[in-house]
Ligand binder design. Structure first.
Ligand code: ASP
Ligand code: MG
Length: 405
């Protein structure tokens, strides 16, 4: 008998039929003798609708009230789930974030979980009740309702699993696991049996949106194994766990694609100390995150600086950069948003050489020009022209033989 946290996403609880379906799964696990805590998202689309309503009511809705509003999506699903379970003859009780004693900091809309007082959940479990907790929400020290940022129910589930020392944390979603790449782009994509926290962190931040990235950080810190699987079938999904020696034998575990960045080049600024600081400080002050940077020094005492920002920040970044470049005597600012970033990820890179060269060769063989490169210990990313994005993903998937491993 185990202590299990099961989290179901918006599609899995999207209507009453699906809620009944989830309730049966929960009940099966309970009937097997397990203690079950269920964490739920809002029905799919509901959080977006609430956001939309608030923005119709005001262009700049107050963040505190936004959190009061957004948290209602999960309030709806947990109560409906408890009612459904009771109707099926089970003892179930729903808890909102504050009732489950999920304490957060006070950054409305993107609050971080500080502590969870597991007592109330434990007491209910001891009475053999199924506990249904609202994901995505908590309470700050002043007693205000807070929310954890989009996709935050994943983090609620992992944090609760850590707090009650659950044996496993199952994240049920509308895909049946983590794939070597996006199956919609590459039909040879294969479901991974397991993946390390660090690889998952790289994948999540690069646009594989299965888990909220913060939940993976949490899982790593508290060593909570996550089982990502589908709520629509019984198949085993993908385990997200600590790195083990078997994982290092693979060179690469996955290929990701991110079309959400845009590129800015400042041509011919003086090659002097302080130039980068002058360009990047004003961007940082506006909260604009710069991802990749390269500098090409010319022979004439000048240099070209190229960097990427997200498409959302692109316009503002162009304005700021033009202003700064002009002041510094920069000759030209070039911009492009038809770019894509392809990355290969794998903990095996730490101990194997030749991954980068294999990646570059595979792209070269298809005549795909690499415009920017960045790396981390377990990732190599290349910016290429957007029109080659899907091709590049397939080529790299083949080059690292990801379909056969
Ligand atoms: N309902 C929230 C959202 O849509 C939280 C979640 O689903 O995890 O972002
Ligand atoms: Mg989600």
């Amino acid at each position: 008998m185990a202590l299990i946290v099961q989290k179901y996403g918006g599609t899995s609880v999207g209507n009453l039929d699906r809620i009944r379906n989830v309730a049966r799964r929960v009940a099966n696990s309970y009937d097997d003798g397990n203690d079950v805590v269920v964490v739920l998202s809002a029905m799919s689309g509901v959080t977006d609708n609430l956001l939309d309503l608030a923005h119709q009511a005001s262009e700049t809705p107050c963040k505190r009230e936004m959190d009061v509003l957004l948290s209602t999506g999960e309030q709806t699903t947990v109560s409906l789930m408890a009612i459904t379970l009771q109707e099926m003859g089970y003892k179930a009780e729903s808890l909102l974030g504050f009732q489950a004693d999920i304490q957060t900091d006070d950054s409305a809309g993107k609050a971080r979980i500080m502590t969870i007082g597991a007592e109330r959940i434990k007491t209910l479990l001891e009475a053999r009740k199924i506990v249904v907790v609202a994901g995505f929400q908590g309470m700050d020290s002043a007693g205000n309702i807070t929310t954890l940022g989009r996709g935050g129910s994943d983090t609620s589930a992992v944090a609760i699993a850590a707090a009650i020392k659950a044996d496993s944390c199952e994240i049920y979603t509308d895909v049946d696991g983590i794939y070597t790449t996006d199956p919609r782009i590459c039909d040879k994509a294969r479901k991974l049996e397991k993946i390390s926290y660090d690889e998952m962190l790289e994948m999540a931040s690069l646009g594989a949106k299965v888990l909220q990235i913060r939940s993976v950080g949490f899982a790593k810190k508290y060593n909570v194994p996550i089982h990502v699987r589908s709520s629509f079938n019984e198949e085993v999904g993908t385990m997200v766990v600590n790195e083990d020696s078997g994982m290092e034998q693979l060179l690469v575990s996955g290929v990701t694609l991110d079309k959400n960045e845009a590129r800015i080049t400042v041509k011919r600024v003086p090659d002097q100390p302080g130039v980068s600081a002058k360009i990047f400080s004003p961007l940082a002050e506006k909260g604009i995150q710069v991802d990749m940077i390269i500098q090409n020094t010319r022979s004439d005492g000048e240099t070209d600086l190229t960097f990427t920002v997200t498409k959302t920040d692109f316009r503002e970044a162009i304005e700021i950069t033009k202003r700064v470049a002009e002041k510094m005597g920069g000759k030209e600012v070039l911009v492009a948003d038809d770019i894509a970033k392809v990355s290969v990820i794998g903990v095996g890179m730490k101990n194997h050489s030749g991954v980068a060269s294999r990646m570059f060769q595979a792209l070269a063989d298809e005549n795909i020009n690499i415009r920017l490169i960045t790396t981390s210990e377990i990732r190599i990313s290349c910016v290429i022209d957007e029109r080659y994005a899907e091709l590049a993903v397939r080529v790299l998937h083949d080059a690292f033989e990801l379909d056969t491993l």
